[in-house]
Ligand binder design. Structure first.
Ligand code: FE2
Ligand code: FE2
Length: 339
């Protein structure tokens, strides 16, 4: 990357004469499938789109800790508790990588948190559904983490370097999440009839909301084309949804559950499964705040933020003290050197 690609914050606002050259360099980077890095010049729209997408992704990871986190204290065995603990903790880690990736674009983490808490930025609609039974933990792992894998594996090749690199580790962990969910469901399916019914009930409740995780249909998704042109996104919503369905159907057969869609069948000609249309008006309703658990999730997040204020203050005070000590030591060494 030539050093001319870096810019001071004022550059873009003032539209300086060198911008066409910078734009051309950016376009070449994208066309050659190379990565855009934090210090490179980038169009404001690209930066804004990425901040919005990465922030939404980060918020989803953090809010996503809640539906399953509620089962940690009630897990049926020590083994299940340890697995669930590790999984929920991973999601916190994903949130933190992603907030850091957003910071490389000039976003401020406190500001992003405020936007979430004030409802100005969204998180994935899926986390607004309740988890009344332990089978929900299994189905979330299988469906929700499975859908996350479909969405996130292509993001490992996203054009923005820090986002793409964060996704590599995130995807490895999502793969563990999906497996632990599926393994939990297999155990329950080998159990009593009541356990099998519990699994089927959870499958019935989560199937359609999971399909909605891929967003609205392509012809109703205005920002997708630009995101694909910038190679932030690699596949359309409908392509990813199809991939998820094709991947999940044989797993459901193996597990012995029925996916609640009468239109679901293999289409020999297309080489894909045909399936019904999710109720996208429900998706819009839930995104706008009217899902079964939106209020509860936000209230919990707000309380956690308020209760964590002392930790942030203590961490800041500790960092300031360390910085002071490092500076004092450096001054001491300088004096010694001079003497
Ligand atoms: Fe995650
Ligand atoms: Fe996950």
């Amino acid at each position: 990357m030539p050093s001319s690609a870096s810019s001071s914050p004022g550059d873009t606002a003032a539209a300086p004469p060198q911008e066409p050259a910078l734009q051309a360099h950016f376009d070449r980077t994208i066309a050659r499938d190379q990565r855009v890095e934090p210090r490179d010049w980038m169009p404001e729209g690209y930066r804004r789109t990425l901040i919005r997408q990465i922030a939404q992704h980060a918020h989803s990871e953090i809010i996503g800790m809640q539906p399953e986190g509620a089962w940690i204290t009630r897990a049926p065995s020590l083994r299940r508790k340890a697995i669930l603990f590790a999984k929920v903790q991973d999601e916190a880690g994903h949130g933190l990588y992603l907030y850091s990736a957003a910071e490389t674009l000039g976003a401020d983490r406190d500001d992003l948190t405020d936007r979430l808490i004030e409802g100005r930025q969204k998180y994935s609609s899926i986390f607004n559904y309740p988890t009344p039974t332990f089978a929900d933990v299994g189905v979330i792992g299988w469906f929700v983490d499975g859908a996350a894998i479909c969405n996130q594996v292509p993001l490992c090749r996203s054009s923005y370097g820090p986002y793409a690199r964060a996704m590599v580790r995130v995807c490895k962990e999502e793969s563990f999440h999906q497996r632990q969910g599926y393994e939990l469901l297999r155990t329950m399916m080998a159990g009593t009839q009541a356990q099998r019914d519990m699994v089927q009930d959870a499958v019935d409740r989560w199937w359609w909301p999971s399909l909605m995780m891929f967003g609205p249909p392509d012809d109703d998704s205005p920002n997708s084309a630009q995101s694909m042109a910038w190679r932030i996104k690699r596949h359309s919503n409908d392509e990813l949804r199809q991939k998820f369905v094709d991947m999940t159907v044989p797993q459901a057969e193996k597990l012995g559950v029925t996916l609640p869609d009468p239109e679901l069948k293999w289409n020999e000609e297309r080489g894909h499964h045909d399936f019904g249309t999710p109720d996208f008006s429900e998706l819009m309703r839930v995104i706008k705040g009217d899902g079964p658990c939106n209020a509860e999730r936000m209230a919990r997040r707000r309380t956690a933020h308020e209760e964590g204020a002392w930790v942030r203050e203590a961490a800041a005070a500790h960092a300031a003290k360390q910085a002071r000590r490092t500076a004092e030591r450096a001054r001491g060494e300088e004096k010694e050197h001079a003497a």
